[in-house]
Write a protein that binds this ligand. Structure first.
Ligand code: AHG
Ligand code: MN
Ligand code: MN
Length: 354
């Protein structure tokens, strides 16, 4: 009989070389596992209890908050605020960093999270997710500060997501490869189901919101035609799959090979940076992509090398098989100089720590 590998056993086996991380990461992943099991329970009951629909409040992006967004956000904070493992947290749903209440100990890590990814899909029973990332505390202030949070993705200590789909899966990496655990609802335990996930060399899909094609830049439009086998050397077309939840689109492409892109455009010349959140979505996804042999770019270069300047900074995101992402970068270099000129000043803004 094959081994029953829990998150704890897996971390212990993978992290022998990093004893410092083993204990804390096991505990952090268990805390995230508990939070997401509680969220999973609500998502599966969403139609039954008063958790459907939107609240009357909006987040810092001006997006109406779904009740499940708020529930998930509070759940993750409450499970992690008292453990003494974090010195601060930051959530897509909160304007500022979230301090650890002073009556709790401050820890050596910061937790960044998108509590509910794909909110527009909640009420229509389509897969949604939770994204999280863990940076190490670097400032010497007693509690966490923006300096501890606004670090490049290259510095991440770990990252992961949970996808609430046909099954509930947790996918994580602490720098030793990417590993997937599937929740066995009968026992309430995440069990190893996908050890050492690698992006397949042969890609099957591309994912993009084709409804935005009218606004795409010339290079991105050509790139989409190249993926469809129309432009360039007439390659075999990739299938188009778009769920509208980054976690679900990324997860499928991670397992089957493919590319997801949500590009920047010039529809609003003062907002050339696209929609994805660098700190709450793109960094974690880029870290996992690289750990699985893939690559994530904002169209200019590696997402992991971007020095964040603000908490809710948005970036274009092109992520998946390295060759597909690098081809996108080439099309953008060749045809999108106007967009590059508009985007670079945002990409290179000074970090705001005040
Ligand atoms: P969130 O629900 O956390 O705001 O994230 C939604 C994001 C991402 O999950 C998805 O890929 C993208 O928005 C979909 O955007 P469009 O609906 O504009 O395609
Ligand atoms: Mn999201
Ligand atoms: Mn969200």
């Amino acid at each position: 009989m094959a081994n029953i590998v829990t998150i704890e056993r897996h971390i212990l086996e993978k992290q022998k070389a990093f004893p410092e991380a083993t204990g804390v990461f096991t505990q952090i992943l268990y805390d995230m596992a508990l939070a997401t099991k509680l969220i999973a329970r609500e998502t599966t009951r969403a139609g039954l209890v008063e958790i459907l629909g939107a609240t009357e409040n909006h987040n810092s992006y001006g997006e109406q908050q779904q009740k499940l967004d708020v529930f998930a956000d509070e759940m993750i904070f409450k499970i992690n605020d008292h453990t003494g493992r974090f010195c601060a947290m930051a959530s897509e749903e909160h304007d500022d960093i979230i301090e650890i209440p002073t009556h709790f100990d401050s820890g050596k890590y910061v937790l960044l999270y998108d509590p509910l990814d794909g909110s527009s899909n909640i009420d229509v029973n389509v897969s949604i997710g939770t994204i999280f990332a863990i940076h190490r505390k670097v400032s010497n202030s007693p509690r966490g500060t923006l300096e501890d949070i606004l670090q490049p993705g290259r510095k991440l200590a770990g990252a992961g997501y949970v996808i609430y789909g046909a099954s509930t899966m947790m996918v994580y990496s602490t720098g030793q490869g990417v590993h997937g655990f599937t929740l066995d609802p009968g026992v309430g335990e995440f069990l190893l189901s996908h050890d050492d996930i690698r992006v397949p060399d042969k890609a099957l899909y591309y994912s993009a919101n084709a409804g935005n094609e009218k606004y795409w830049t010339p290079g991105v439009r050509r790139y989409a035609k190249w993926l469809q086998g129309i432009e360039g050397e007439g390659r075999k077309p990739l299938g188009h799959r778009y769920i509208g939840s980054l976690v679900a689109d990324f997860h499928r492409n991670l397992l089957r090979g493919g590319v997801f892109f949500y590009p920047g455009d010039l529809q609003a010349p003062d907002k050339p940076y696209g929609k994805m959140r660098l700190m709450f979505e793109a960094q974690a996804i880029a870290f996992l992509a690289e750990q699985a042999g893939g690559y994530a770019s904002d169209g200019i270069g590696d997402i992991l090398d971007i020095q964040p300047h603000s908490l809710h900074q948005r970036v274009p995101l092109i992520v998946g098989n390295r060759d597909l992402v690098e081809t996108a970068e080439q099309y953008i270099r060749d045809y999108d100089q106007e967009w590059i000129n508009a985007y670079l000043p945002f990409r290179n803004k000074e970090r705001e720590l005040a």
